[in-house]
Design a protein around this ligand. Structure first.
Ligand SMILES: *[C@@H]1O[C@H](CO)[C@@H](O)[C@H](O)[C@H]1NC(C)=O
Ligand SMILES: *[C@@H]1O[C@H](CO)[C@@H](O)[C@H](O)[C@H]1NC(C)=O
Ligand SMILES: *[C@@H]1O[C@H](CO)[C@@H](O)[C@H](O)[C@H]1NC(C)=O
Ligand SMILES: *[C@@H]1O[C@H](CO)[C@@H](O)[C@H](O)[C@H]1NC(C)=O
Ligand SMILES: *[C@@H]1O[C@H](CO)[C@@H](O)[C@H](O)[C@H]1NC(C)=O
Ligand SMILES: *[C@@H]1O[C@H](CO)[C@@H](O)[C@H](O)[C@H]1NC(C)=O
Ligand SMILES: *[C@@H]1O[C@H](CO)[C@@H](O)[C@H](O)[C@H]1NC(C)=O
Ligand SMILES: *[C@@H]1O[C@H](CO)[C@@H](O)[C@H](O)[C@H]1NC(C)=O
Ligand SMILES: *[C@@H]1O[C@H](CO)[C@@H](O)[C@H](O)[C@H]1NC(C)=O
Length: 480
């Protein structure tokens, strides 16, 4: 994050009280896990380091300290040894314990300091110079080079915006400052501002504001006139001295995990809360407010309490005990029907078992159940006995007489509608009704067709929809 160590050169003011040791969890770990006393004692062990290192860790600062006296103090050999034994102690004493915080091992907080120590204190073996200082020297050189390119000694003085740059024909040059400000929300620093004041005025988290704009822990690189990118707004809370995530979360009726999630800069075990800064106690940015599809019906309960009359033919297997049916239109899909009718896609498919896994076989013109009764899938133990049925209307020649179910063709019927509705294949339908041609283009209105014959006893255990009987002047002729 901090690639701008060089800028510290002239500006870092150390407010540093030498304190050669500290404890990581003097006021308890606030762990929700049941830790052994041995583990708690080890986590509460004294760390023999300059306490300034904690401030560096809290701010995720990995740059040069710009003060070798201070750096020598932070990088003492005693600190290194102490961090090593703290680590080993935690490994041993907490071995059979659960993780103190979900996903965060006992060694986490100590290792965070150790990692910073290792990086901040790494020395060039020949010159004995600190690596971070050498990087800073390189950056300082780069700044000097940049200064000769009319970019100025950034950013220790606010640069007046260049207004007289020669335009490159055909190229639109946007404001390079915070061009990547995703919130699109900018603020120009005013005299007398400080980061916390800006965070309060704009309802944003202080840490996020600082990180987003590369502002140093001590804010020494904040200048009047500077363009800041504001993070997204959130409901904020001003951290008080002695607060911890558990108490803040409890006060605001959110969970520890939510608090940490709302604040990406707070680490998982919440050891880096900084008092007098704003944190988010709710999600950032606009809240999602679901809207219903215009005209969509809103079910007040998942299941209907009473059935409605069948409005027409249903796909085979769709239960008649249904509170509402929907006639599928060309182009409909399961997701759209599900959304529009407040039924889950799964329940819609279960209630209408003929629908295939990818929902590619919805048949326009048939009525699908979209609001089943609670007992829609109750086992029906009644055994259906089938008998050869008399045709209710004239039958075309070539229809078999060994028929259990007849369907009288009505206006609008198609072979697809009939076969889907009775759960038979087109081949079966054609075999039982020889009059039907290969394209199934010659259904005779008012004639009764066999929709269930001897061979399909197993598939006709469902109650069939009531197809309207079409009165016919001639007495019915049985098929041969
Ligand atoms: C940590 O140790 C200190 C003594 O150094 C003691 O007063 C404190 O109660 C201990 N805290 C915990 C959580 O054990
Ligand atoms: C916590 O651990 C101790 C020691 O193993 C055990 O006696 C106690 O019942 C545990 N408490 C809970 C709430 O699990
Ligand atoms: C460098 O750090 C030391 C130790 O903290 C401090 O006494 C001294 O004032 C600092 N020097 C500068 C120039 O800030
Ligand atoms: C710090 O450096 C020591 C020595 O190289 C190493 O053993 C240790 O694992 C390092 N600690 C971390 C947290 O990286
Ligand atoms: C651009 O403006 C700066 C500041 O006003 C001035 O110093 C510089 O000479 C100008 N450059 C050109 C090319 O006009
Ligand atoms: C622990 O509690 C003491 C006394 O309330 C307070 O001064 C100190 O800042 C607290 N330390 C931490 C790390 O919370
Ligand atoms: C949603 O359902 C309503 C009522 O059933 C209907 O009038 C409307 O056309 C449907 N809209 C869509 C997009 O399916
Ligand atoms: C019936 O449907 C309900 C709700 O979808 C489900 O919980 C239950 O397991 C189903 N029962 C059977 C026998 O499929
Ligand atoms: C159906 O059969 C099952 C198991 O054989 C039985 O538990 C259930 O009570 C029966 N339901 C009815 C309505 O008879």
């Amino acid at each position: 994050m901090h690639v701008c160590e060089a800028y510290l050169l002239a500006s870092w003011l150390f407010i540093h009280q030498v304190q050669a040791q500290f404890k990581l969890f003097p006021n308890s770990t606030h762990s929700t896990a049941n830790l052994s006393q041995g583990c708690i004692t080890v986590l509460n062990a004294t760390i023999n380091c300059d306490s300034y290192i904690q401030q560096l860790v809290l701010n995720d600062y990995y740059g040069s300290l710009s003060n070798v006296t201070l750096q020598d103090s932070v990088c003492s050999a005693a600190c290194s040894m102490s961090l090593g034994s703290y680590h080993n102690g935690a490994v041993t004493a907490c071995a059979s314990n659960p993780q103190p915080w979900p996903g965060v091992p006992a060694v986490w907080a100590g290792n965070a300091i150790w990692a910073l120590y290792n990086r901040t204190c790494l020395k060039d073996p020949t010159t004995e110079a600190y690596g971070v200082n050498q990087v800073m020297a390189i950056n300082t050189g780069n700044v000097a080079i940049q200064a000769t390119c009319s970019t100025g000694p950034l950013p220790t003085v606010a640069q007046p915006p260049a207004t007289n740059m020669t335009a490159v024909p055909g190229v639109v040059i946007s404001n390079p400052v915070n061009a990547a400000c995703l919130s699109g929300s900018h603020y120009t620093v005013q005299p007398g501002d400080d980061v916390q004041k800006i965070a309060v005025a704009h309802n944003v988290a202080t840490g996020t504001l600082k990180t987003l704009n590369g502002i140093f822990p001590d804010s020494t690189n904040l200048f009047a006139g500077q363009d800041l990118c504001l993070p997204r707004m959130c409901p904020t809370y001003l951290v008080q001295a002695n607060n911890n995530c558990a108490t803040v979360a409890a006060t605001d009726s959110i969970t520890f995990a939510q608090l940490v999630n709302y604040n990406p800069l707070i680490n998982l075990d919440c050891t880096n809360l900084i008092s007098n800064t704003n944190i988010c106690i709710g999600p950032s940015g606009p809240m999602y407010t679901p809207t219903t599809i215009p005209g969509a019906m809103v079910m007040t309960s998942d299941f209907a309490t009473s059935t409605v009359a069948l409005p027409g033919a249903t796909p085979f297997g769709t239960m008649a005990n249904c509170g509402k049916f929907y006639e599928v239109n060309p182009g409909d899909n399961c997701q759209q029907i599900s959304l529009n009718n407040s039924i889950s896609v799964d329940l819609f498919k279960e209630t209408n078992p003929l629908i295939n896994a990818d929902c590619t076989n919805l048949t326009p013109g048939l009525f699908y159940c979209i609001w089943p009764l609670t007992n829609w899938n109750a086992t029906n133990n009644a055994t259906t006995t089938l008998t050869i049925a008399t045709p209710p209307a004239l039958t075309p020649t070539g229809s078999t007489s060994n028929c259990f179910e007849w369907h009288v063709v009505v206006s609008g019927d198609t072979c697809l509608l009939i076969t889907t509705s009775f759960g038979i294949t087109l081949a079966q339908f054609q075999t039982w009704n020889l009059q039907i041609n290969a394209q199934c283009s010659n259904l005779l209105l008012g004639n009764a067709y066999i929709s269930s014959a001897l061979k399909t006893i197993a598939t006709v255990s469902m109650p069939l929809p009531q197809a309207p009987l079409v009165p016919h002047p001639q007495p019915p002729q049985l098929g041969q």
